[in-house]
Design a protein around this ligand. Structure first.
Ligand code: PEP
Length: 246
């Protein structure tokens, strides 16, 4: 089964209108890239302008969260339909920062994933253990439970991002052996639940991916791309990571 790789950038709460220059550099550089999909997920305030700038290019634009409902009295929230209307084609869901700072549980993430698919967005669903959970031997169980609880009944238009929480923004990464083992476990669970369709789901690795470690991490079996935080704010670094796929 060949899966087309995806490198997605999570800008988190970074970026203003003037940051469109970074997107334009990524769009320019992307023209010479090989077989890889690219998505940039800026803050919600930038989605419409970024989507307009990226229209007709090979760079997609995504949101970083959405509400489960399509509309209603949910002050401050944004629905999947609104992201789509603004030009997004994807959305990151269940990022560990949403789980930690906004109390998002697996069932909340699952409802948001259903909403994303309803609106025609690619859902990038994040899972991953904390340092304490890994050190106490619970990483596999935690990831299995998050995967089980966060995914809906079908897995088309879904990408899973394995992001060990302790690797996000820290410069630390798991060993290649640990990444291989966890991605293998995720693949196994996807295929036992969804059959052949589970083979087609892309599993991204996320957590301190940089140009220096991208080749090693992205070369691991069942690693179908990367979810990139810090390095995606720099066009050169983001492109250097994507260039692993020549
Ligand atoms: C992220 O927040 O999804 C992430 C992977 O961040 P970083 O690349 O900065 O570790």
């Amino acid at each position: 089964m060949t899966r087309r790789p995806l490198v997605a950038g999570n800008w988190k709460m970074n970026g203003v209108q003037a940051s469109i220059g970074v997107l334009k550099k990524i769009i320019d550089g992307a023209q010479t890239l090989g077989n890889v999909d690219l998505i940039i997920c800026p803050p919600a305030t930038l989605i419409a302008s970024f989507a307009a700038a990226a229209r007709g290019t090979r760079v997609g634009i995504g949101g970083q969260d959405c509400h489960a409902e399509a509309s209603g009295a949910y002050t401050g929230d944004i629905s999947a339909e609104m992201l789509r209307d603004a030009g997004a084609t994807a959305v990151i869901l269940g990022h560990s920062e949403r789980r930690r700072y906004h109390g998002e549980t697996d069932s909340v993430v699952r409802a948001k994933t259903v909403a994303a698919r309803r609106a025609g967005l690619l859902a990038i669903v994040c899972i991953g253990e904390t340092r304490v959970q890994r050190d106490s031997g619970q990483a596999n169980d935690v990831v299995r439970a998050q995967l089980d609880g966060s995914l809906p009944d079908a897995c088309d238009d879904i990408v899973v991002a394995y992001e060990p929480v302790w690797a996000i923004g820290t410069g630390s990464t798991p060993t290649p052996g640990d990444v291989r083992a966890m991605h293998g476990l995720i693949r196994e669970q996807l295929t036992s639940r969804f059959g052949d369709a589970g083979q087609a789901v892309r599993i991204l690795y996320g957590g301190s991916v940089k140009p220096e470690n991208a080749k090693e991490l992205l070369g691991i079996e069942n690693v179908d791309g990367a979810l990139v935080g810090g390095a995606s704010l720099n066009a050169g670094e983001f492109l250097a990571i994507a260039r692993v796929y020549r």
